[in-house]
Design a protein around this ligand. Structure first.
Ligand code: ADP
Length: 600
């Protein structure tokens, strides 16, 4: 009940509250409009009565009007519909019975109407029990009156010629009983179904709350798992970076053949471990739905050549013939898509093909299936003459951490994550992988991609000259390295000393900014995760410097935990390029040289 309603309130909206059930609100509305209508009707009647000079009747009608007004006021002040309904029903019963027994001493259509009203009103306003009570209190005396005032016999002839008084009594009686029965019955059913509905809604509400709690818990634990994995990966990658870097350095120091062999094993194992860490991390990212696909322009042919470039050597080392066939139709095309993810997919498939093939060929085919005006549909297929896969295992190999059999694990190693990543990456783009394989004969993995085509076409470029600068040319470069990890700093210093460079070291982003302000550098290598100020923010600050030469210093990001998503952040914070730790010395040297030549 709304306790704030003032005594002078007349509005229905103020007495209706959300706490009242829909049924109760309907009851209050009925009383409100019913009483209002009665006030108008009785007022008109009163005027009429006075105009006809019936003052005694006028007096009693005035009392009636006053009572209705009092009830109406009471309702708009405190909407106690139960009490008001009882008062109205008692009044109606008194009026009904006194009309029949005293005033008219007969039962006519008005009596029937009043009883009808009382039945309907009592049931809907006060429920089943009160409904029955008021209905019978009004009906039974009237029926007794009817019977007593009719002095004929009560037997109905089978075929009465005329409808006599007894028939009317019985029919009326039957009608009223039926009316009470129907209301009684349906009212009970109506209330029951309302209660059921409320109970279901409450149940559903409780279930929803539980669901939300469970989802929240699952989200939290999945987030904790992701965070744990990325922290772990960073922690593993940092020492791995040192291991790979050190083996690179040792290799550059002309080791003896037996030492070189050991170093090769060391480097191979470290790289393997890194690939596993990367796979786990990437799968984790895909599963947690954090993958965003790029839509940038790239040259499909060039991309395929560069993916295959590294793999050809591996295949040849195993004595396999590696063939890359690209449809001529695609050669002049620049398409839109995500080259990084496409590389990851194809790279995984080619690696598997080489890994699971002992003799024969590995084919990579890129075919243009459909060339429309502004899109091309391309079929990528990687086929081998390797060990093949049993038919019943064709689904299982796409499950995470699943390999065809225990023998595969023992013989070939691996984590069983490669194809799971490939499949999910395709599915996230609405694409599907097909596999055709026969044990002992080979396998073919293929998928179709539709690329939007750029209006730009490939312009034949002059062959890019590989960088051939020696120690002397690199020696003039002034390098600032922002890096907090001491092992990495030592590693970089050793590497740079081989190129005749003595780099300046800043142990965090803030120091790096200071050093750029007061010193002169040609290039900055910026670690991204550093204490005090991270690499992104440091780069942003450097780009804001007043001196245009300093603001435009080439910056290469050194990323450790990053796989693919970091790229965008690197560029948006104003850095020019990035290398993933553990980086390949040649790759870093080439990137530095290019940037210093073009910008510096
Ligand atoms: P991994 O290569 O780490 O074992 P993948 O998810 O890439 O994991 O592959 C899962 C399994 O599918 C492999 O272990 C292997 O049994 C099977 N498989 C994948 N590619 C080939 C292939 N080209 N030929 C034969 N078997 C393959």
């Amino acid at each position: 009940m709304n306790k704030d309603v003032g005594f002078f309130n007349f509005s229905i909206n103020k007495i209706l509250t959300k706490e009242q059930s829909i049924l109760d609100q309907a009851r209050i509305r009925l009383l409100y409009y019913g009483l209002l209508l009665s006030i108008v009707a009785v007022s008109v009647l009163l005027i009429n009565i006075y105009l006809e000079h019936q003052y005694i009747l006028g007096f009693s009608t005035s009392i009636l009007l006053l009572s209705i007004i009092i009830l109406f006021k009471y309702l708009t002040f405190r909407p106690r519909w139960g009490i008001i309904s009882h008062i109205l029903l008692v009044l109606a019963t008194v009026v009904n019975l006194s009309t029949v027994f005293i005033a008219l001493q007969t039962v006519n259509i008005i009596t029937a109407q009043i009883i009808f009203l009382i039945i309907v009103f009592s049931f809907y306003m006060l429920g089943q029990l009160c409904g029955l009570f008021y209905s019978l209190v009004n009906l039974i005396p009237v029926l007794i009156f009817l019977v007593l005032t009719y002095n004929d016999n009560y037997f109905i002839g089978l075929k009465p010629k005329i409808v006599d008084g007894s028939t009317i009594i019985i029919v009326t009686f039957a009608n009223f009983i039926l009316l009470i029965f129907i209301h009684n019955h349906f009212y009970a059913a109506f209330i029951k179904s309302m209660k059921q509905l409320r109970a279901t809604a409450e149940e559903r509400g409780n279930l929803n709350i539980e669901f939300e709690k469970v989802i929240e818990k699952a989200e939290k634990s999945s987030q904790a798992k992701s965070e744990f994995l990325s922290t772990m990966s960073h922690e593993i990658r940092t020492p791995l970076n040192a291991v790979i870097g050190m083996s690179n350095l040792l290799m550059m120091g002309n080791p003896r053949p037996d030492q070189k062999e050991n170093l090769d094993i060391l480097k191979f194992s470290a790289n393997n471990l890194l690939a596993i860490v990367n796979d786990v991390l990437d799968f984790n990212k895909i599963e947690s739905g954090k993958v965003v696909f790029e839509n940038i322009k790239f040259n499909l042919v060039e991309l395929m050549q560069s993916i295959s470039g590294g793999q050809i050597l591996k295949a040849e080392e195993k004595g396999l013939i590696f063939k890359l066939e690209i449809d001529d139709q695609l050669k002049s095309k620049i398409v839109f898509g995500d080259p990084t993810r496409l590389t990851q997919i194809i790279f995984n498939l080619i690696s598997n093909a080489i890994k699971f093939t002992h003799t024969g060929n590995v084919w990579v085919k890129v075919t243009c299936v459909e060339d429309r005006h502004n899109t091309v549909t391309v079929d990528f297929s990687v086929k081998d003459t390797g060990i093949g896969i049993e038919k019943e295992n064709l689904d299982a190999i796409f499950e995470p951490f699943t390999q065809e059999s225990i023998t595969t694990t023992r013989q070939y190693g691996g984590t069983g994550l490669g194809l799971a990543i490939v499949k999910r990456l395709l599915e996230l783009q609405g694409l599907q992988m097909s596999v055709y394989s026969k044990p002992g004969e080979g396998s073919e993995f293929s998928f179709l991609v539709e690329f939007p085509v750029s209006t730009e076409t490939v312009v034949e470029q002059a062959e890019k000259q590989p960088w051939v600068g020696g120690i002397e040319t690199m020696g003039n470069i002034r390098v600032l390295i922002a890096e907090d990890n001491l092992v990495n700093v030592m590693l970089m210093k050793k590497l740079f000393s081989k190129w005749g460079i003595t780099p300046t070291i800043a142990e965090n982003g803030e120091r790096a900014i200071e050093m750029v302000q007061y010193g002169n550098f040609d290039i900055i290598l910026m670690d991204l995760q550093m204490p005090v100020l991270n690499g992104f923010d440091a780069a942003i600050e450097i780009r804001k410097m007043r001196d245009p030469r300093k603001a435009n210093i080439p910056i290469i990001a050194l990323t450790a935990s990053a796989l693919f998503d970091i790229k965008e952040r690197v560029f948006s914070s104003g850095m020019n390029d990035y290398v993933s730790k553990p980086f390949k010395p040649d790759e870093l040297r080439e990137k530095m040289q290019n940037l210093v030549e073009t910008i510096g």
